[in-house]
Write a protein that binds this ligand. Structure first.
Ligand SMILES: Cc1ncc(COP(=O)(O)O)c(C=O)c1O
Length: 444
């Protein structure tokens, strides 16, 4: 079978694909090759993948150790159903529970982040006998019906049309947009937010609330760093009212922020951890829910009313094992902290230099620039959930210069593969500086 040309690939994509979150018929880069942090199209144009695709290829493209593990498992045995025990699945479950820490006990495997949250929600309802799920407005938890209803950003509206019961939103703090100064107003911001949340919990009926579902570090909505004490306060409220805390680590997990999981930045331990993306470097779909001892005990006495044909897929678990081993063997967490220092330093310079950059947030290799019209008033460059041309123009300029970034609302996010080398970071960051100069001159 002959290979398609770049033009054919592009045309077939445009004419036959229904693409996520897009109007059908859009052009996409036909990718001929991907290696390390780079993608190449069919005309040999080179792009630095500074968003790790959808913040999921944490170990970069074409990683040979992972690909070998995939091939080996495919040769040995690509698939066994959930009720069979396999080397790959048993091994990975134990590794993940160990990585999560002493209070955790078992894993339910899924195929995506949304499915992980969907199943965590079901489990929380089964265990507590309560219905309501609290989640943040500034959040994203996936696109299946339950996960979408739990998501706070505007992508949930389509899923809300037919309805799903018991999803309650609360406003999580965004220090910059809420007018606070980080490092100065944390206590005030935390106190206000937790007070409002506790009041909302009381009005919703604490004995009806099964779980609070939160991203440890809000990702797709702008790498929002919570004020000091906020996350710990959420844990305290959950304990006070017998509510489970589900920590969504789909984007922040697997060393994206430095430690294995984002919640490890805080003085708390969740009851369930949901994961996907980085567990397999996205080479094959895999996600899951890691549950604590108490939840595990419940399902030792009660049937788990959750099931997926591909739960614990053999091929996916083999890749998961290879990735977890790779993260540890190559000390990716420590490397992330070294690269963070460079990225953070650069971002702070950009805030100083550019009138259009209001704030920079960076934790590990998870970062976002807050683009503004006016630094004094903190007026954002675009209005929440209103169509705009400014952000696509910024991403387009970056892309023209071979820099692929990620964006929503008014922010530009840089989340390169965690394996990025110092020289690569230093070579590509100046492109952002150039594009921000253009933004200063033409868009504000
Ligand atoms: C925090 C978070 N949770 C869940 C999801 C959904 O994951 P998936 O697209 O694999 O269903 C995402 C996707 O970006 C995410 O960022």
């Amino acid at each position: 079978m002959g290979k398609l040309s770049g033009t054919e690939i592009k045309e077939l994509h445009r004419d036959y694909i229904l693409q996520s979150w897009s109007v059908a018929g859009k052009d996409a880069i036909p990718v001929a090759k991907a290696e390390g942090i780079f993608l190449y199209d069919y005309d040999d144009n080179k792009y630095a993948d500074m968003s790790s695709q959808l913040v999921c290829t944490n170990l970069g493209h074409g990683n040979k150790e992972i690909i070998e593990a995939l091939k080996e498992q495919a040769d040995w045995m690509p698939f066994m159903a959930p009720s069979y025990a396999t080397d790959a699945k048993s091994r990975l479950a134990k590794k993940l529970v160990d990585l999560a820490g002493p209070s955790f006990r078992r894993v339910f495997f899924t195929n995506s982040g949304a499915e992980s949250n969907e199943n965590a929600i079901k489990m929380a309802r089964m265990v507590t006998g309560r219905t309501k799920i609290f989640s943040c407005y500034r959040s994203y938890h996936g696109a299946t019906l339950g996960a979408s209803n739990a998501s706070g950003d505007a992508r949930r509206f389509a899923a809300e049309l037919g309805g799903a019961n018991g999803f309650v939103k609360f406003m999580n703090p965004h220090m910059y947009q809420d007018g606070y100064t980080r490092g100065v107003d944390d206590a005030e911001c935390t106190e206000k937010a937790l007070k409002a949340l506790e009041q909302q919990i009381r009005y919703e009926g604490p004995n009806q609330i099964a779980a609070v579902l939160m991203e440890s570090i809000v990702g797709a909505n702008g790498v929002i760093l919570p004020p000091e004490g906020y996350m710990e306060g959420i844990r305290t409220l959950c304990d006070k009212y017998g509510i489970l805390l589900i920590m969504d680590e789909v984007m922040a997990g697997f060393y994206r922020t430095g430690p294995t999981f984002g919640w490890q930045h805080f003085d708390l331990v969740p009851d369930m951890i949901t994961f996907a993306k980085g567990v397999t470097n996205a080479y094959v779909p895999l996600g899951g829910v890691i549950v604590n001892e108490t939840i595990s005990e419940y399902f030792e006495e009660n049937v788990l009313q959750c099931g997926l044909t591909y739960s614990g897929h053999t091929l996916a678990c083999a890749v998961g094992n290879a990735c977890v081993d790779y993260y540890e063997k190559h000390q990716i967490g420590a490397h992330v902290l070294e690269m963070e220092a460079i990225l953070k330093g650069f971002m702070e310079e950009m805030v100083e230099k550019h009138p259009s950059v209001g704030e920079a947030r960076c934790i590990g290799l998870f970062s976002a620039f807050e683009m503004v019209k006016d630094k004094e008033t903190r007026e954002t460059l675009t209005t929440y959930n209103e169509p705009n041309t400014a952000m696509p123009a910024i991403l387009g300029k970056l892309k023209e210069k071979g820099f692929l970034a990620f964006s929503r609302d008014n922010y530009v996010s840089i989340c390169p593969p965690l394996t990025i080398r110092k020289e690569e970071l230093e070579e590509y960051l100046p492109i952002v500086d150039e594009v921000f100069t253009w933004v200063d001159e033409t868009l504000i």
